[in-house]
Unconditional design. Structure first.
Length: 434
């Protein structure tokens, strides 16, 4: 490792020997995906590896001729920051959790090491040897806006954020040996927490922010100590003639998964239909353990569990078998993460019904009855409209004319032709009648 900074304790019973410019190495605790990142020189130089929390599935993430070391997960488990000597001196790099997308965040002729993410993932604190000794720096998670938080003639190193992101704990030899210090995240308010003639190093916060663990040589060899966050009540957790160092707290995941967008298909199942239930399920902690579809056909007295599987992305799918006509089915989705946090969606229900042309029977018959009524009404209206109407009665009735009297009839004495009254000559023979 660059500027090989191994804190060697030949014998703390006599004298603790400090090699200046030493570096502490560490393994990153499980991220949101439940894995452990660590550095190893198993291929001839240090590289970053990742494995499952039980030690299985070891995978190498980096492959570089120079050393990569000090990996640490981003809070959401999607990225790993680490230090590397690949450009000739130590710099801070970041990559995706699968080892892809490696990006250098710092670029300084001095050495940078020990990256530490802020709890919200927006910043990274680190120790830099830029001004002739180690100081604590902070930058945005993309490498921009680098700021020096400490400025001391002695060594300040190994920063770690408090869980609420308001403070940073670090170790420093500013009083002649290494002690544990704390300061605000802005670099102000530096306070010494330990004061011992031996060496105290690499402090880490408990998940609730009330305690700080660190390792020390104060009893003659490396031991793990714990104290309150204000430096009080310091106690030895290990007491062993062997060397104990680099403590780290087991992460706490108290955030349950999130279940959303629960849907079923078909919307109105028939007795022959199995129902496909889908839901979007996510978790920001250690990752999902199980996603279960639970359904009941007795009003919630008992529930049947069906394992849901990932279909695409964060979408999980489960199936409720077909149920007889008239069966009322209630269902919900339950998710559990690897920390044991559980959540259930609200209960949704449906009733299995036989449909006619995709319509419920009662509604279908109601529609048919309504249609018949409409047809009858239309026919009646049409018949009424087409019935002949009597002519309007006049305002007054005129007096009818008296019928004309039938004219008397005479006959021509010559030819016998009928002669109308008043005729002078016979229209046939021309004889004068009168």
């Amino acid at each position: 490792m660059y500027i090989e900074r191994r804190k060697i304790l030949t014998t703390f019973a006599i004298l603790a020997v400090l090699l200046s410019l030493t570096v502490h190495t560490r393994a990153a605790f499980p991220g949101a995906n439940g894995k452990i990142a660590f550095a190893s020189d198993r291929d001839g130089n240090e590289e970053i590896y990742v494995m499952n929390a039980d030690g299985s599935g070891v995978t190498r993430l980096t492959n570089n001729a120079a050393s990569d070391f000090d990996p640490t997960w981003s809070p959401d488990g999607t990225k790993i920051a680490f230090a590397s000597y690949r450009d000739g001196n130590g710099e801070i790099y970041v990559m995706s959790a699968d080892g892809s997308g490696v990006t250098r965040l710092t670029n300084d002729p001095g050495a940078d090491d020990w990256p530490a993410w802020s709890p919200d993932g927006s910043k990274i604190a680190f120790m830099g040897y830029r001004d002739g000794d180690w100081e604590i720096y902070v930058m945005n998670a993309d490498g921009t806006s680098v700021a020096k938080l400490t400025d001391n003639a002695d060594q300040d190193e190994c920063p770690n954020w408090s869980p609420d992101g308001t403070k940073i704990v670090f170790d420093s030899d500013r009083d002649g040996d290494y002690e544990i210090y704390i300061m605000n995240a802005s670099g102000s308010g530096v306070t010494q927490l330990t004061d011992n003639s031996e060496y105290d190093w690499t402090a880490v916060w408990s998940p609730d922010g009330t305690k700080i663990a660190f390792f020390t040589g104060r009893d003659g060899n490396g031991e793990i100590y714990v104290m309150n966050a204000d430096g009080s009540s310091q106690s030895d957790l290990t007491s062993n003639p062997a060397y104990d160092e680099l403590p780290d707290w087991q992460p706490t995941d108290i955030t349950p998964p999130v279940v959303s967008d629960v849907a079923r298909s078909p919307q109105q199942p028939q007795p022959a239909d199995a129902v496909i239930v889908t839901a979007t399920v996510t978790d920001v902690g250690f990752g999902l353990k199980t996603v279960t579809l639970r359904y009941s056909t007795d009003g919630g007295a008992t529930w049947t569990d069906v394992a849901m599987t990932v279909s695409t992305g964060s979408t999980y799918t489960g199936t409720i078998p077909a149920k007889p006509e008239g069966t009322a089915v209630q269902f919900k989705v339950k998710a559990e993460d690897k920390a044991g946090n559980t959540v259930e969606s609200t209960v949704t229900s449906y009733t299995s019904k036989a449909l006619i042309f995709g319509i419920e029977p009662m509604l279908f018959y109601a529609l048919i009855g309504g249609l018949v009524v409409v047809v009858v009404v239309v026919v009646v209206v049409l018949l009424v409209v087409r019935k002949p109407k009597a002519p309007p009665t006049p305002a007054y009735a005129p007096t009818p004319a008296a019928p004309a009297a039938a004219p008397p009839t005479a006959f021509c004495p010559t030819c016998g032709t009928p002669i109308p009254t008043g005729t002078v000559f016979c229209p046939k023979c021309g004889r004068r009648i009168q």
